[in-house]
Design a protein around this ligand. Structure first.
Ligand code: B16
Ligand code: MG
Length: 219
């Protein structure tokens, strides 16, 4: 029986996925590797250093920089990202998310967050949501990022629930892989095409319905 819902942060609770995109796009242009929104789908949910490696590999430039130079490039991206999230407030919570959280609590289900972002706690505080969650697993808590299942498994463990009794909500293909690898039910938010491995996909958060999700989960 269902016991917990575990949310991704960037792109599900708030639109910071767009800010990550803008900051990486700028960095890509700086190193001579411009890329499309379609390629950006491959960066969603992926850790900072792994994202940088993917961008450099796209431009065949992965051997052009030393480890130290790569660190500074990642740092530069992060400074840009941090400047973009400075003014985040509760008004930036995506449609239906607060209602969904309220419904989850009303049903007595546990609430978890699984984000590989080192900025996750800061974003959650700015949104005023930090205290609502029973557990927050971020980059500091895990060894392997998405698509590895570690982050969702860790959230279930800390919530003290069986992964099979959990539903994960994600906007990234790497995130859906992580949820499915953990043996959980996956809800995707975004395009059917990039999230084809999810058990149910919604085009945007405004269409999310806990009732419908639980109905499909129970099938
Ligand atoms: P940072 P999530 C992920 O967060 C983002 O989707 C991804 O775009 C980003 O590169 C990653 O966090 C690392 O973030 O550079 O802030 O540590 O989707 O797991 O909430
Ligand atoms: Mg995400």
């Amino acid at each position: 029986e269902l016991q917990a819902i575990i949310f991704d942060l960037d792109g599900v609770i708030t639109d910071t996925a767009e800010y990550h995109y803008l900051a990486w796009k700028q960095l890509g242009e700086d190193v001579g590797v411009p890329f499309t929104r379609e390629f950006n789908e491959e960066l969603k949910g992926v850790s900072r250093m792994d994202s940088l490696e993917k961008i450099l590999a796209l431009g065949n430039k992965h051997n052009d920089f030393t480890a130290d130079e790569k660190m500074s490039l990642a740092e530069k991206k992060n400074e840009h990202y941090v400047s973009l999230i400075q003014n985040i407030s509760p008004t930036d919570i995506l449609p239906k998310i607060e209602e969904l959280i309220a419904d989850i609590k009303k049903m007595g289900l546990k609430l978890g967050l699984a984000s590989v972002s080192k900025n996750a706690l800061a974003v959650m505080s700015s949104l005023g949501l930090k205290e609502q969650f029973d557990v927050i697993v971020d980059a500091a808590t895990i060894k392997k990022g998405k698509p590895d299942p570690e982050i969702f498994l860790r959230a279930a463990e800390l919530l003290n629930v069986d992964p099979k009794a959990c539903i994960g909500i994600e906007d990234a293909a790497a995130g859906v892989d992580s949820i499915k690898g953990a043996g959980m039910f996956a809800v995707g938010v975004g395009s059917e095409q990039s999230l084809s491995k999810a058990d149910i996909v919604y085009a945007s958060t405004s269409e999310l319905s806990l009732e419908k999700i639980i109905e499909v989960y129970n099938k």
